[in-house]
Design a protein around this ligand. Structure first.
Ligand SMILES: Nc1ncnc2c1ncn2[C@@H]1O[C@H](COP(=O)(O)OP(=O)(O)OP(=O)(O)O)[C@@H](O)[C@H]1O
Ligand SMILES: [Mg+2]
Length: 260
């Protein structure tokens, strides 16, 4: 058994099959990346693992527990940063952390230490709505880490951020990876290359290939291929010309708007 095991997961939204039976695993200390075209099912997968929406069939095992059977215990093992906003903009950084801290029984001292760790101690009393996108994302990730989860779920952690803010978020994620299993979704090939130990490429509800970058290179038969080239070869699409439906466009614009 791995720390996270996803087995033949299917999801229907009414008659639409958003996930067509996907399987993957993540070990402790590993960062696993879900890449895929818009609407491929990445957010759906993350939300099922986080027990926010139910699957139609298939199983998710976290630390040997089936998620549907022990949701409360399971939730305490998970830290989840959604694609959309998760901080409360008209509260300060301190208040946001303290609120989550109280929910999980985390001490005031830990809240203060967290603010220091993410270089926001000086701005702790500023309203979050005055923060930059990078500061907000770091705050959101640290909120998800407050209760020391064993599984961290990050849905597009650095979308809309400038290169420096991205680098800072990547370093932060990497610095925390050893004691957890981490799942990220991203459209950023550079992000996936820098962060992920293994990668799954999704298209229309299916995982069409997964493995290390070297394994993916072998799959397409080109040892020197970049991840971008692997992605285009396997999906038949560039990262810009994804199939776009109105909900995915709205999601993306909302995410970019709030982070810029
Ligand atoms: N609540 C819902 N009701 C109906 N269809 C939905 C719902 N949520 C998602 N879908 C559909 O399921 C498919 C997968 O959506 P999902 O958000 O998981 O994709 P994604 O890979 O995260 O896309 P993106 O890269 O744009 O974030 C899409 O076709 C989407 O329109
Ligand atoms: Mg998504």
């Amino acid at each position: 058994m791995h720390f996270l095991d996803v087995k033949d997961l299917k999801k229907y939204y009414k008659s639409f099959e958003a996930l067509k039976g996907i399987s993957f695993y993540i070990q402790k200390g590993e960062i696993f990346g879900l890449l895929g075209t818009n609407g491929a099912g990445k957010t759906t997968t993350i939300k099922i693992i986080a027990s926010i929406i139910p699957q139609s069939s298939g199983e998710v095992y976290i630390d040997n527990n089936i998620i549907t059977k022990s949701p409360i215990r399971i939730k305490s093992l998970i830290g989840y940063v959604p694609q959309e906003i998760s901080v409360i903009p008209n509260l300060s950084a301190y208040e946001n952390l303290r609120l989550i801290g109280k929910f999980y029984g985390v001490s005031k001292e830990k809240v203060i230490q967290t603010l220091k760790d993410i270089d926001l101690f000086d701005r702790k009393d500023s309203l979050v709505q005055t923060f930059s996108g990078g500061m907000i994302r770091k705050l959101e990730i640290s909120m998800a880490l407050m209760h020391e989860p064993k599984l961290l779920l990050l849905d597009e952690p650095s979308v809309g951020l400038d290169p420096n803010a991205k680098l800072s978020i990547w370093n932060f994620i990497k610095s925390r990876k050893q004691d957890m299993a981490t799942l990220i979704t991203t459209h950023d090939m550079n992000e996936a290359e820098r962060l992920c130990d293994r990668i799954a490429i999704m298209k229309k509800g299916e995982i069409i290939a997964q493995g290390t970058i070297e394994e993916l290179q072998t799959i397409i038969g080109r040892k020197d291929a970049t991840l971008e080239e692997i992605f285009i070869t396997l999906t038949g699409q560039t990262t810009e010309e994804d199939t776009q439906d109105i909900s995915s466009i709205r999601n993306r614009r909302n995410t970019i708007k709030r982070l810029s």
